[in-house]
Design a protein around this ligand. Structure first.
Ligand SMILES: CC(C)(COP(=O)(O)OP(=O)(O)OC[C@H]1O[C@@H](n2cnc3c(N)ncnc32)[C@H](O)[C@@H]1OP(=O)(O)O)[C@@H](O)C(=O)NCCC(=O)NCCS
Length: 179
């Protein structure tokens, strides 16, 4: 498990970025609950992510308060692919590059040095979510593709937007000057 932290200055104050631990679970659950339109998963789900996937997840906190987080995992079928599950940034911190910092923090970890593709699903109407991955593609001067992954009928009774797969890559992490 990663234990290191580093500081970042934003307009809203100093944030510390670190890998999550199980005791972060309740704060992550509360953050997702107030970050619409994210799907709120079970409390147990967030505990498992903190306990078993901390090397690919990250929380950002200020004075002990969890204000942003990202959950992600390496694809078991394609270990060169990081799948980003959820990103949540507290409303007061949005538009200040925090989501990009969350992604950069994870991609900078030694365990991810073989990553060549970053994937996520985005709802067609979520321009903020899409913006994160287009920004990543620009940062690495690479391509971004979007295609239908999960149609609406797979996601409940019709009130959930379809989930499009967004795929960024290939990325060459060693050539990123920000690292
Ligand atoms: C989506 C979300 C995580 C973005 O966080 P953020 O910290 O504001 O994002 P950043 O400031 O790092 O911006 C990343 C990129 O997306 C763009 N972006 C951010 N918000 C945007 C918006 N509302 N519309 C269009 N583009 C947007 C930024 O311009 C930036 O690109 P740039 O560097 O080329 O300018 C945040 O809005 C949020 O928590 N929303 C609610 C939950 C959610 O929808 N999560 C995403 C699903 S995984």
């Amino acid at each position: 498990m990663l234990t290191g932290t580093y500081k970042a200055t934003s307009k809203a104050g100093r944030l510390s970025f670190r890998a999550p631990v199980a005791s972060d679970g309740p704060a992550i659950y509360a953050l997702v609950e107030r970050c619409k339109p994210l799907d709120l998963n079970s409390r147990y789900c967030y505990l498992i992510l903190c306990e078993h996937f901390s090397s690919t997840c990250v929380v950002a906190e200020r004075e002990g308060e969890c204000l942003a987080f990202m959950t992600a995992y390496l694809s078991t079928e394609r270990p060169d692919t990081l799948f980003v599950w959820q990103i949540a940034v507290d409303a007061e911190l949005r538009g200040q590059g925090v989501a990009k910092r969350l992604l950069a923090e994870v991609l900078a970890r030694p365990a991810l040095k073989k990553v060549r593709f970053v994937e996520a699903t985005v709802n067609p109407s979520n321009d903020a979510s899409r913006g994160i991955f287009h920004a990543l593609a620009r940062q690495y001067a690479t391509e971004v593709h979007e295609s239908l992954l999960f149609a609406t009928d797979l996601l409940g009774d019709g009130d959930h937007e379809q989930e499009n797969l967004i795929r960024v890559g290939p990325v060459d992490l060693e050539y990123n000057p920000a690292r």
